[in-house]
Design a protein around this ligand. Sequence first.
Ligand SMILES: [Zn+2]
Length: 356
Amino acid sequence: MNFTDFSKEEIERAARYHRPRYTLLFVRTALTVCVVLALRFGVGRDLDGAGWAGAAALWAVLVVVALDFAALPLDVWHGYLRERAWGFSTQTLRGWVADHAKGLAISTVLAVGAWTTVVALGRVWPSWWVAPAAAGAALVVLVLLFGAPVVLEPIFNSFRPLDDTSLAERLTALADRADAPVKTVLVADASRRTNKVNAYVSGLGGWRRVENRNTLLEASDPDGVALVVAHELGHRKLRHVAKLTIAAMAAAVAVVIVLRLVLTPPHGRDLPVALLVVLASEVVLLPLLSALSRRFERQADLFALRTTGELATFEHVMTTLARRNLGDLAPPRWAYLLMFSHPTAPERLAFARANA
Ligand SMILES: [Zn+2]
C-alpha cells in the first residue's frame, strides 16, 4: 500500500484515535456475555410467573435495559467524552443523553415486539415457528433498512432543502446525467452533533433523495460536494442499497434458522441464549456483509470518477475527508475484515489511480 498521501504522524494519530475503539468492541462483547448469563441464572428466573406473554415482554425489557445500563459508562466515554476530547462532537451532554434515550426506547419497543412474537409463534407452531419467524426477521430488516430513512432519521435529524440554488441545480443536473434522477437535494443538520463529514443516499422509489450533511457543505468546495454526491448516486444507480438489504435479509433468515436448532420451542426465559446465538452468528456474518459493502464502495468510487472525470478532485476529497474525519489509514487486519464497510483512504486512492 502506498502511504505517500499521508504523513507518518497522520497515520499514527488516526491509529491513536481508533485503537481504543477496537479494544472497546472486545470489552463490550465480553460484557454482553456476562450480563446475559447473569440474567439467565440470576434475577431472570422469577419472571415466569407473569404468564408466557408477560414473561417474554419482561425478559425483553430486562435484557435491553440491563445491557444498556451495563455498557453506559463505556458508551459515555466512547460516544461522548472521547468525541469531545478529539474535537469531533459538537453535542452537549444533554443532547447526547436525549439521543441515547431515544435509541434505547426504540430498541426496547422493537425487542419486546420481536421476542413476544417469537415466543407466541413457538406456542402455536412448536416446530414450524421458524418459518414465520424467518419471514418476519427478513421483513423487519427490509423495513429498517428501507423505511428507517423515512421513519427513524427525522427523530434524530432535521432536514431542509439545499438553499444554495446554483449548487442544487448542479447536483440535480449531475443526477440526471448519471441517469439517477433525484426529487430533492436535502441537507441534514448533522453539525448539531458532529464535525465529521458525510453524505448518503437512502430510501426506496419515490422517497429517493440525496442528503448532504451541512458539515459536508462547509468542508468542501462545489467540486468536492459534486464528487461526493456522484459517489452516492453511484450507490443508487447500481442498486447497492437494495442488494445490501437483500444480503442482510438472507443473514437474518440464517440467524433464525440457527436459533431454531437451539430453541425448541422458544420460551421467554430463552432470550439470553437467543442473544448469545445472535452474537455468535454476527461474528460469522459481519465479515461477509462488510466485504460486500467494501466492494460496493469501490464500484461507487469508480462511478463517481467516470461521471465527473475528475481524479484530482477525488484525490483532494479523499485525503481531506480522511484527515478531517480521522479515518483509520492502516487498521489491524481483523478489525478491517470484521467491520470495515469502506476500504481505507489509501486503498481508495490507489484503486482510483489504477482505474482512472
Ligand atoms: Zn459509499
